[in-house]
Design a protein around this ligand. Structure first.
Ligand SMILES: Cc1ncc(COP(=O)(O)O)c(C=O)c1O
Length: 434
């Protein structure tokens, strides 16, 4: 028996970012089956074959330009979250688009069985920027952190520690793989996935004495892993004093100091890596998110003894550092280093904070504002998850983390007028939030 699937779809034609025409189109077969899952207009899916791992907002985006992104109905939104710190250079950045096109024209993937020129170039560029000696590429933040965790464990074993442990922080977020969720300091993320991976010791944030206590009581510790500013945990910065003390303890105890800069890296806080603004040099740093401006790539960089730990066949990834991802990464690193993006992140971050304080300080809703550069958290006195949908309705993409904190991670290319639009739009939302 032959079954032909037929579906009628509304198609929007765009020119110069604006919808110019909508017409009906009849689609068949696979397209029709897919279209049958979509409600006309594309605002919401009524049924889906996807696992229910995300509480998605009822919007689908079709294209973007700079700090603006457009939904399938042609409505424009100011992107205050950049795909959670991913599109640092904004949407459709010409240099990244050109690099992807050019590389895709030549070669998308080979294998780590062979030398990859773009991977070597990106590794060298990143190592130089970070003050590191070696680099391993994966495809995500969690994978970058897995590499760091493996380096720490192997480093421990090489020094005769049979059960190496890593100190991690309360409220930390390091990813969703088994090792990284075990390192994460949030029970909600771990619940149901026990037994957790062993070998993590939890410490309170910004508590130097507690870290010293752990050092005294645990001879098996080999490393300390932390985000310089906790992102998912509510945009909570670790203090300069704490991180410098951690560096001293690491030196004294022969631990590796490892920073997770998956979210804070790539210019987000006003320096390429956040630690560069804190005068603390880690032994290992991981990054991902903004590195590919949307093309999946993650990196684990190491220096000194840590740079030599992983040897032949001790780690690997099929896709990690493939020519396409590295071409995008190279364009990103070059744009951040050659341009004024770090300076802009600081200036625009300050402008946003100034406007928000002018409008929100001493109001009943506002508690405090935290963060650096264009990584900002605005804590309110009560849970404010509803603001995300209200923001969407107002044409503003924002995010709420840790219940009460609105998180802003706009593209680093944001200009004064756009920063004003974002800050004032958010202030309006918060003031209207009772
Ligand atoms: C600090 C930090 N580490 C790790 C991760 C995990 O990255 P990914 O989702 O790319 O695996 C994230 C993601 O939000 C993060 O913010």
């Amino acid at each position: 028996m032959n079954i032909t699937l037929l579906s009628v779809q509304m198609v929007t034609v765009y020119r110069g970012g604006l919808p110019i025409r909508r017409h009906m189109s009849i689609v068949t077969g696979f397209e029709a089956a897919t279209a049958a899952f979509l409600r006309f207009g594309g605002r919401a899916r009524t049924m889906s074959a996807l696992m229910q791992t995300y509480a998605r907002l009822p919007v689908t985006f079709s294209h973007g330009q700079g700090v603006y992104i457009y939904d399938t109905e042609g409505r424009r939104y100011l992107d205050g979250i950049s795909g959670i710190a991913v599109n640092g250079l904004g949407h459709s950045h010409p240099a990244v688009t050109a690099a992807i096109r050019e590389q895709a024209d030549k070669l998308v993937h080979t294998s780590n069985l062979y030398r990859i020129e773009a991977q070597e170039d990106l590794g060298t560029a990143l190592a130089q920027v970070a003050g590191m000696d070696s680099c391993f590429f994966g495809n995500s933040g969690a994978e970058a952190n897995e590499a760091a965790i493996k380096i720490a464990r192997l480093f421990g074993h090489n020094h005769g520690v049979k059960k190496p442990a890593i100190v991690v922080l309360e409220g930390a977020f390091h990813g969703r793989t088994l090792a990284t969720l075990s390192a994460t300091g949030n029970r909600k993320i771990q619940a149901g996935f026990e037994p957790l991976v062993a070998g993590f010791i939890r410490a309170p944030c910004n508590d130097i004495e507690a870290l010293q206590q752990i050092a005294t009581n645990n001879p098996d510790v080999v490393a300390f892993l932390a985000e310089p500013i906790q992102g998912e945990g509510g945009v909570k910065p670790l203090s300069r004093e704490y991180l410098q003390a951690a560096r001293q303890i690491c030196d004294h105890r022969n631990w590796l100091l490892m920073f997770d800069e998956v979210q804070t890296g790539n210019g987000r806080t006003g320096t390429y890596f956040a630690y560069q603004g804190l005068d603390v040099a880690p032994d290992v740093v991981t990054t991902a998110k903004g590195l590919g401006n949307g093309v999946p790539i993650g990196a684990c960089l190491a220096r000194g003894a840590a740079a030599q730990v992983l040897g032949n066949s001790q780690h690997g990834s099929t896709f990690g550092g493939n020519p396409l991802a590295c071409a995008a990464g190279l364009a990103v690193v070059k744009a951040i280093m050659d341009g004024e993006l770090c300076t802009n992140a600081v200036a625009m971050g300050e402008l946003i904070v100034k406007i928000l304080l002018e409008r929100l300080e001493n109001t009943k809703q506002f508690k405090e504002i935290r963060g650096r550069g264009l990584m900002l958290g605005i804590e309110l006195h009560k849970n404010c998850g509803e603001l995300v949908k209200q923001g969407l309705d107002a044409g503003l993409l924002i995010n709420v983390t840790d219940g009460k904190t609105v998180r802003l991670l706009p593209p680093l290319v944001i200009n004064e007028q756009e920063a004003g639009e974002l800050a004032n739009g958010l202030a309006d939302l918060i003031l209207g939030f009772d």
